[in-house]
Write a protein that binds this ligand. Structure first.
Ligand code: 5GP
Length: 190
């Protein structure tokens, strides 16, 4: 998706050969027009299939997931990283090892909001080694819902996640695929 790629080139900061910082438009400050376009693009890419719910993980997945859900006119559910005081039971739970924070998060989703009748689209900001996607897919599996696919804003194609998910037959749509971050430069796959 051209506007996202342009934003990555103009405002992304390469921190190392593995990590790019996108705080200027995704992870801290959020560009609403870009997010609106991202929502439309995911809606277009998944227009051949029925979706009843969008699932993401707090906090950076919420903005793109919400714009996608708005376009699809379905609810968005976000997995929580900390257990809510008002929600202790009746939960799906999974574990996600955070690539950037190097810590394990226990993620939870209320059983009220994803059920076996749902057809779920998972959305997240980045795909690196696929841990966040695995945790969200685990929750979809526990619910008995159908996983329609995974929508990713930025896939780092030099890491394993995308390959592993596609090998499992999961439909992964990434709006920007980064081939390399070496020498401080962003190179896209195409
Ligand atoms: P994975 O679980 O696929 O290994 O990593 C994806 C998660 O780690 C995303 O939810 C995102 O929060 C974070 N992440 C992975 N790589 C990057 C990166 O290069 N930059 C930023 N800002 N976040 C990343």
């Amino acid at each position: 998706m051209q506007p996202l790629k342009e934003k990555i080139l103009s405002e992304g900061k390469v921190l190392s050969n593995e990590i790019i910082k996108v705080d200027a438009f995704i992870n801290h400050q959020i560009d609403p027009l870009l997010m609106k376009g991202i929502g439309s693009e995911f809606c277009r890419r998944f227009s051949d299939t029925e979706i009843t719910k969008v699932l993401t993980i707090e906090s950076s997945g919420i903005a793109p997931a919400l714009m996608t859900a708005l376009e699809l006119q379905v609810p968005v559910v976000f997995a929580r990283k900390k257990k809510s005081l008002t929600l202790r039971n009746h939960l799906y739970e999974s574990k996600v090892f955070s690539f950037t924070k190097k810590e394990v998060n226990h993620i939870t989703v209320s059983k009220d909001y994803i059920t076996k009748e749902d057809r779920v689209l998972v959305i997240d900001d980045f795909l690196a080694n696929g841990q966040a996607a695995d945790g969200l897919m685990d929750i979809v599996e526990q619910s008995g819902a159908h996983l329609v696919g995974i929508g990713i804003l930025i896939e780092k194609a030099f890491q394993e996640g995308g390959k592993l998910l596609r090998e499992k037959g999961i439909r992964v749509e990434s709006l920007a695929k980064i081939a390399s971050l070496e020498d401080g430069k962003v190179l896209f796959v195409d």
